[in-house]
Design a protein around this ligand. Structure first.
Ligand SMILES: [Zn+2]
Length: 105
């Protein structure tokens, strides 16, 4: 099964199988140390740079800003959803995403 994943509209959306599925305007909660020192960090995404499939998991590389401390940085491999039975199921941005490994200092 091939899943077509790409970014659209200058990084405003992630398209899965030619349907706009994930909007950049969501606020994603990341566990501490992944992006900044906030626990959790509320990251307002600005742009999707790239999107990939890691098995059934759809991940995004994005640029975002922490609403708490103002840190602006890139996020690599943010899990945004997964493919279940050929259909995209988005993750809940309000659930803390802790799959990412913290950056080494
Ligand atoms: Zn922060």
């Amino acid at each position: 099964m091939t899943v077509a994943i790409r970014t659209l509209d200058d990084g405003a959306w992630i398209s899965v199988n030619d349907a706009r599925q994930v909007s950049v305007s969501d606020i994603w909660m990341l566990s501490r140390g992944v992006f900044c020192e906030c626990e959790p960090a509320s990251i307002l995404l600005e742009t999707f740079v790239d999107a990939n499939a890691d098995g059934p998991i759809i991940t995004a590389d994005a640029v975002g800003q922490c609403l708490e401390c103002g840190t602006r940085d890139s996020v690599d491999g943010l899990p945004v959803g997964q493919i279940v039975d050929g259909e995209f199921r988005p993750y809940d941005p309000d659930a803390v995403q802790s799959i990412l490994e913290p950056k080494p200092n």
